[in-house]
Design a protein around this ligand. Structure first.
Ligand SMILES: *[C@@H]1O[C@H](CO)[C@@H](O)[C@H](O)[C@H]1NC(C)=O
Ligand SMILES: *[C@@H]1O[C@H](CO)[C@@H](O)[C@H](O)[C@H]1NC(C)=O
Ligand SMILES: *[C@@H]1O[C@H](CO)[C@@H](O)[C@H](O)[C@H]1NC(C)=O
Ligand SMILES: *[C@@H]1O[C@H](CO)[C@@H](O)[C@H](O)[C@H]1NC(C)=O
Length: 356
């Protein structure tokens, strides 16, 4: 018996060893010229190593336009897609949900495995996974990354057999970036299109490497990342980059905080909110939670660390006062693209509602 176990271990070890020494396969990328409003060129050295693990897909980091991603995905059927979009542009009524859904439904196109609805909404035809997932991508001035993101994410989600759509929520002003408030706007607007079971708040610069990192709606709240191209492991309390919540959980948590302007802080508070509500937080196991990072220029200055610390201390007070409950924003511009819905919104500071 003992001998067998030893032999078993001896057999397994080299396999594991090979897997981890070959892993992760970093493709080294450098940015070429960057000018605001211009597509950014990213040059990468392709990984020399072709030995991919099961379910592993190394993202292609070369710049690609969203038009080229559409052509690659639809091929000659792009003409059907474009005529469907034309119908929508003429008939879309953003203020009437019944009419909005009807118009989109009428322009659905059947592919062999999926039904496609303009706005980048895909439904598997054969039952695979019943999860209905909305990806909420807070966004500003990262246009050069959108093609790279969509080229990787759409095939990834299609392989997982999920019903999904991608919502890109763009902050339409020059205030500091507010990821939390954009997530709240995205949540509110996405639910006008469909009763999503869960939402995944997804930074545009992180790409999942493994199909085993399922974007289904089970085991929420979930931190989908357990490693990045830059660092192999994340700290256990981190909750950044890609996080998911069931619709009910997000509502119970009063969504994300609106009061963090600038990079960082809101992710910690999302975790605190989930813990206060007594939810178990899951994390995709290593190495399946490995993400590649699209290189870019540095983040804009954040609120001072001191201010963020103050906010964090008071997270439990703010959960009822700051979030979906006090969310206010002007009517956003909603644009139906073939592969995603863009929601452009001019957000501004909103005071937390007075304590209940
Ligand atoms: C595209 O259109 C052709 C011809 O109508 C069809 O055979 C094919 O299955 C369609 N779907 C895709 C995904 O290309
Ligand atoms: C919304 O659209 C539906 C379907 O087109 C229509 O029957 C209904 O009257 C509209 N409601 C309003 C308030 O305009
Ligand atoms: C469109 O609506 C019909 C009737 O409600 C429904 O059976 C069908 O599945 C819908 N199609 C899509 C693509 O949602
Ligand atoms: C955003 O809205 C504010 C008012 O809340 C306005 O002063 C500002 O000009 C708007 N910005 C843009 C870019 O539309």
């Amino acid at each position: 018996m003992m001998k067998n176990i030893t032999r078993y271990l001896l057999c397994l070890c080299p396999v594991t060893f090979v897997f981890f020494t070959n892993y992760p396969k970093q493709s080294s990328c450098t940015m070429k010229s960057f000018q605001v409003g211009e597509p950014q060129q990213v040059e990468c050295e392709a990984s020399q190593d072709n030995m991919l693990a099961d379910g592993e897909h190394v993202p292609n980091m070369f710049f690609v336009s969203t038009n080229d991603v559409e052509l690659n995905l639809f091929g000659r059927n792009i003409t059907h897609v474009n005529s469907a979009l034309k119908i929508i542009k003429e008939g879309l009524d953003m203020f009437n949900m019944t009419s909005l859904r009807q118009t989109l439904n009428k322009s659905a196109i059947d592919f062999a495995e999926f039904t496609y609805i303009p706005g980048g909404h895909w439904k598997p035809n054969k039952f695979k996974d019943s999860s209905k997932v909305a990806l909420l991508v807070p966004f500003r001035k990262r246009g050069q990354m959108l093609g790279i993101f969509l080229r990787h994410m759409i095939p990834f989600l299609l392989r997982q057999g999920l019903e999904f759509a991608i919502f890109v929520i763009e902050q339409a002003n020059d205030l500091k970036f507010n990821r939390g408030m954009l997530a709240n706007v995205g949540f509110t607007e996405a639910l006008k299109f469909e009763e999503w079971d869960c939402v995944i708040i997804h930074d545009i610069d992180f790409l999942p490497r493994f199909d085993q990192n399922s974007y289904n709606c089970r085991n929420m709240p979930r931190h989908f990342m357990s490693g990045l191209a830059k660092r192999q492991k994340l700290l256990f309390y981190e909750f950044n980059g890609v996080t998911g919540f069931s619709r009910e959980q997000f509502i119970k948590m009063n969504g994300a905080p609106n009061r963090y302007w600038g990079w960082g802080g809101e992710d910690h508070e999302l975790r605190t909110r989930a813990l206060i509500k007594g939810f178990n937080i899951y994390r995709t196991q290593w190495p399946y939670g490995y993400y590649d990072h699209i290189p870019h220029e540095e983040h804009s200055a954040a609120d001072t660390e001191k201010k963020r610390k103050q906010y964090r201390k008071k997270a439990s007070n703010y959960i009822r006062q700051d979030g979906l409950s006090n969310l206010k924003y002007p009517q956003p511009e909603v644009i139906i693209h073939p592969l995603y819905v863009k929601i452009r919104v001019n957000i501004s500071n909103i005071p937390p509602s007075s304590p209940a």
